[in-house]
Design a binder for this molecule. Structure first.
Ligand code: AVJ
Ligand code: FE
Length: 406
């Protein structure tokens, strides 16, 4: 039996799959086949790998697993398996070329929609289909890969986006305390049992925290500049000398003056940690960050990619988190002091390679999403992780401080 509710969500799923694909294709539209195939920086995959991987992942879950159908090409799976092929090796794989990958994307999508048409989304007791889980996962997966693709697009000389959000960035509120206080107490963190979330966000559990201070805004370029000048630390990725003792930022090969008011971006965890120490502060722990984020509104945040840059620190101050911090969501990912570890009672679902294989390997947690993150990916419990030396993420920081150190 097909209920009205599942018919509605079927349409909404198809629409959102389509919308995700639209963005993926829009981002690569200005690029030549040569640019799609090129390895720009050894730790990043060529864009063509992401495209084939997006299609192959969709085929695996929405066509083979849900639909019980055979893959179009049995041999492709192993080349697009992210774990079997670490990023640095992806330039050498015998993967699909630019023309082939487009038809593979289309062919898989056509079959995925056929399967969706016949699937019983209310199939009781199947956790993969419950509340459309596997479809939500696929949409989120494509969204997440567009952010990875944007990391690479930063390296492409004179890349011209097809669509840019024409609205000006929200005006910053510069006045306000440097730090805001979060009271000691017991709080719940993680995703509630209902609704889509990744396995690593569950189970929701309580944490007991001391009171702490947290910066009202992300750390700015201005503050970071003082740090590198005083300590001789390296500048963030994409900064270069302007020839007159100052600095420029040259993402996408376009040198621009550095706006002192904007959040610093493209720093490693080591650099974030060093900055915090220099400022007489520390990075917030992951639970501290999530508790401080309570009440933040993902619809009033610089997310969803089309701003193609950050808004000044203090923007969206009309919708702060309950503690008074602004921009907890959007603009830049924020490094936390915490290692990426399972929550107590963690269960891998639906596959161990999303989260579990990364636990305990020195990955650091980032929170909050960046301008380059699709809005639908982000919620206060969303956990991102990467290696502490990585700088190509859209990552900055905000500092914290113990209650008693004030
Ligand atoms: C959550 C960003 C760390 O890119 O490795 C994409 C997301 N997982 N495909 C990654 C992901 C599988 C993941 N991060
Ligand atoms: Fe992936």
């Amino acid at each position: 039996m097909t209920s009205t509710r599942s018919a509605t969500s079927r349409d909404s799923i198809a629409e959102r799959l389509e919308e995700a694909r639209h963005r993926t294709l829009q981002l690569i539209e200005p690029l030549s086949d040569e640019q799609l195939n090129r390895v720009y920086s050894p730790p990043l995959s060529p864009l063509i790998w992401d495209l084939g991987h997006i299609a192959n992942f969709e085929e695996l879950w929405l066509v083979q697993t849900v639909g019980g159908r055979e893959p179009l090409r049995e041999d492709l799976g192993r080349f697009y398996d992210a774990i079997e092929n670490p990023r640095r090796t992806r330039g050498e794989l015998p993967i699909l070329g630019a023309g082939e990958v487009r038809s593979y994307l289309e062919a898989v999508r056509e079959r995925a929609l056929e399967v969706l048409d016949g699937v019983d989304l209310d199939r009781a007791g199947d956790p993969l289909l419950d509340a459309g889980f596997v479809y939500e996962m696929l949409i989120a997966h494509e969204h997440q890969h567009t952010e990875t693709m944007l990391q690479l697009l930063q390296m492409i000389e004179r890349y011209e986006p097809v669509e840019v959000d024409p609205r000006p960035a929200a005006e910053p509120v510069v006045e306000g305390p440097e730090m805001v206080f979060v009271e000691a107490g017991e709080s719940e963190v993680g995703a509630a049992p209902l609704g889509f979330a990744y396995d690593n966000e569950r189970p929701r559990h309580s944490v007991e925290l001391e009171g702490f201070w947290i910066d009202r805004t992300p750390v700015t370029n201005e503050a970071y500049l003082r740090f590198i000048e005083e300590t001789g630390a390296d500048p963030p990725m994409y900064w270069e000398r302007d020839g007159a003792g100052g600095w420029l930022r040259a993402a996408m090969g376009r040198p621009e003056p550095i706006d002192p008011r904007q959040p610093v971006v493209h720093v490693s965890w080591y650099e974030a940690e060093a900055f915090a120490g220099w400022a007489g502060k520390r990075l917030p722990s992951e639970p501290e960050w999530e508790v401080a984020c309570a009440g933040a509104d993902p619809t009033r945040a610089n997310l969803d990619q089309l701003a193609f840059g950050t808004a000044a620190a203090g923007a969206y101050a009309d919708r702060p988190a309950d503690c008074g911090a602004v921009q907890m969501l959007g603009d830049v990912w924020e490094w936390t002091s915490s290692d990426f570890e399972p929550y107590p009672g963690f269960e891998p679902f639906p596959y161990p390679e999303y989260s579990q294989v990364f636990f305990g390997d020195g990955y650091k947690v980032l929170r909050g999403g960046a301008w380059a993150t699709r809005r639908a990916v982000i919620r206060p419990s969303f956990r991102n992780w990467d290696l502490p030396q990585r700088r190509q993420l859209f990552a900055g920081l905000r500092c914290a401080k113990d209650a008693l150190s004030r």
